[in-house]
Design a binder for this molecule. Structure first.
Ligand SMILES: [Zn+2]
Length: 372
């Protein structure tokens, strides 16, 4: 993971780069952000930088053997500890490290719920338990593989039970020489004050929407305008922004939904609208929000289609649809539609009933589409 690909404040990245270049790094760092923040990918980018064979003043090289190993979360000097659901076969992180790598590589901004959904443990208690601290001690007794030190990354240290926390505390009191502890947390309240006092705090603030948009543009090949819109709708939360921009979910399904919705709104076919709304209500909140991002993006594309058709990105089917649909959108009603869908987005976020909301949106959309 390059710093350039992490949706975190530029000033914070610079601070970490300076710590690395002046070699003033505390033996234990606490990367503290909020749920859905960039603390985990940022700590991985920092580990990559520390282990990189050819770093520049701005970033790691991304291509040396060490960078390649970190990019797969498979560097022998990067040890990963994370909450698990205890069972007979799963007693410490290494038992699930393959699953954790896969989950992180698919979605680096994952939170604890995302992780527990991945391992089908939604209803179980996430914990870092005593066996884990024994494992940590065992690993600390080895010397580093590459001679550049080791990183012991503990994601969600707030999930340590008291046995584990007390053991870790002892290690933090007398840290081994070549090991950096990265504690990566989203809720400091749940951490022992004695642990916090033994770490250097790296506060991971929310990035600006421009900083998020820059990362989205390259990660998803989005236009700048689309990326900016997604970043703003996410209210500067990187996890939310990446979920909204995920094109795998956004494209075909939303295209079909959008087409159908616009067709029945144009003529106000109440029967078809009601069937559409029923289907939409069953989708779940994340997908409903992605649909609205798609709709906002398509309204903008309609305007683009009039003035710069060559700049419109999308599949052949989408472009063919836009050819026919764009005459219904003009600068006046685009503003109204954007406002309606933006409002709907925030209502969905606040758990308003999708059925009632979208019956209302369909009425307004009908009115706006037929406005000349
Ligand atoms: Zn490198």
């Amino acid at each position: 993971m390059l710093f350039a690909n992490v949706a975190a404040p530029k000033a914070l990245k610079n601070r970490l780069l300076e710590m690395a270049s002046t070699k003033r790094i505390a033996h234990a760092l606490l990367f503290l952000g909020t749920d859905g923040g960039a603390q985990l990918p940022l700590s991985i980018a920092f580990a990559q930088y520390l282990f990189c064979h050819n770093p520049t003043p701005q970033d790691s090289c991304g291509i040396c053997p060490s960078c390649l190993q970190i990019s797969k979360l498979a560097h022998p000097d990067l040890n990963l500890v994370f909450p698990i659901a205890l069972s007979k076969d799963v007693r410490f992180s290494d038992h699930l490290v393959a699953e954790f790598r896969e989950a992180f590589l698919a979605f680096p901004y994952l939170n604890l719920n995302d992780w527990f959904n991945t391992i089908d443990a939604e209803n179980k208690q996430p914990i870092i338990a005593k066996d884990e601290s024994i494992e940590i001690l065992r690993k600390l007794s080895y010397t580093s593989y590459e001679g550049r030190g080791k990183v012991m990354l503990i994601w969600m240290p707030e999930k340590m039970n008291s046995d584990a926390a007390n053991k870790i505390l002892k290690i933090l009191e007398e840290p081994p020489e070549d090991t950096f502890f990265f504690l990566v947390s989203s809720t400091a309240d749940a951490l022992l004050p004695t642990i916090i006092s033994r770490t250097q705090l790296i506060k991971v603030a929310a990035p600006t929407s421009t900083e998020i948009a820059a990362v989205l543009t390259s990660a998803f090949n989005l236009s700048q305008g689309h990326a900016q819109q997604v970043a703003e709708l996410s209210q500067n939360n990187p996890r939310e922004a990446f979920l909204l921009a995920d094109e795998n979910i956004a494209s075909t399904e939303n295209f079909v939904l959008f087409q159908t919705f616009m067709r029945c709104c144009l003529r106000f076919d109440a029967f078809k609208i009601s069937a559409w709304v029923d289907e939409f209500a069953r989708l779940g909140r994340e997908k409903q929000k992605q649909f609205m991002v798609y709709a906002l993006h398509t309204f903008r594309n309609c305007i683009l289609m009039k003035h710069m058709p060559q700049a419109v990105l999308g599949t052949d089917e989408e472009k063919e649809f836009l050819q026919k649909f764009h005459p219904y959108i003009n600068t006046q009603n685009q503003e109204g539609l954007t406002e309606e869908f933006n409002k709907a987005f925030y209502h969905i976020e606040r758990n308003v009933s999708a059925k009632i909301l979208f019956m209302d949106v369909s009425l307004k959309t009908n009115e706006l589409l037929n406005k000349k």
